[in-house]
Design a protein around this ligand. Structure first.
Ligand code: ADP
Ligand code: 5GP
Length: 189
């Protein structure tokens, strides 16, 4: 079967991973698309669960082999991409797919899947909030935070190209809204 596709995009630190994890526990019919990426694994991450962690060389080989539905060099030398095999794997199980990806990748996939897809942008209350959240997550160096913040403004400008925008001010409000939007999309005729 070809299931539905739900895409969450946002600047890094806006809260999309938090929201996606909540939705996965609320909707058993959804499965997370594990992306391939070439950045180092963070403390607490597991290969094959958070990402398929591969080298830059391996990533480039997979690009050459046309194994990706989409990919982006999100930050210099940090490639991220959705493997076509991952999409097939989840659909074969009869599940709908939920994606967490950068803004360009999200818009790209949205175009490929048409009406079968819903693209959601997670909006932080401000860029200052983003910086605060990235600091409090304690996963990034000062340089990596600066790179992520540097990209955020260009990403926020593209929010209106998405089907829905969720403002992640209080987490409780954002989770409630995300649940409602996803429920409506999964149950629409
Ligand atoms: P992303 O996946 O978009 O990079 P995360 O989900 O990792 O973002 O969230 C970044 C950090 O901000 C995490 O430490 C998370 O716990 C925290 N966070 C998420 N939503 C909120 C919120 N509404 N208020 C305060 N902190 C939040
Ligand atoms: P992080 O390093 O914080 O895990 O992710 C950095 C950025 O890469 C985030 O915006 C994340 O959503 C994005 N990303 C993760 N997987 C993919 C993917 O498969 N494709 C694209 N285009 N971006 C991705």
């Amino acid at each position: 079967m070809k299931g539905k596709v739900i895409i969450f995009s946002a600047p890094s630190g806006a809260g999309k991973t938090t929201i996606v994890k909540h939705l996965l526990s609320a909707f058993p019919e959804l499965e997370f698309s594990v992306s391939a990426c070439s950045r180092p694994m963070r403390k607490g991450e597991t290969n094959g669960v958070d990402y398929y962690f591969i080298s830059i060389e391996e990533f480039k080989q997979k690009i050459a082999n046309k194994e990706f539905a989409e990919y982006e060099e999100v930050y210099k030398d940090n490639f991220y991409g959705t493997l076509k095999s991952e999409i097939e794997r989840i659909w074969k199980k009869g599940k709908h797919i939920i994606f967490d990806m950068d803004v360009m990748g999200g818009l790209n996939l949205r175009m490929q899947f048409g009406d079968n897809a819903l693209a959601i942008f997670v909006m932080p209350p401000s860029v200052d909030h983003l910086e605060q959240r990235l600091k409090s997550r304690e996963t990034e160096t000062a340089e990596s935070i600066a790179r992520r913040i540097g990209k955020a403004e260009q990403e926020i400008i593209k929010a209106n190209l998405f089907d829905k925008i969720i403002l992640n001010d209080t987490l409780e409000h954002a989770l409630e809204e995300a649940e409602k939007i996803v429920f409506d999309f999964l149950h629409k005729k």
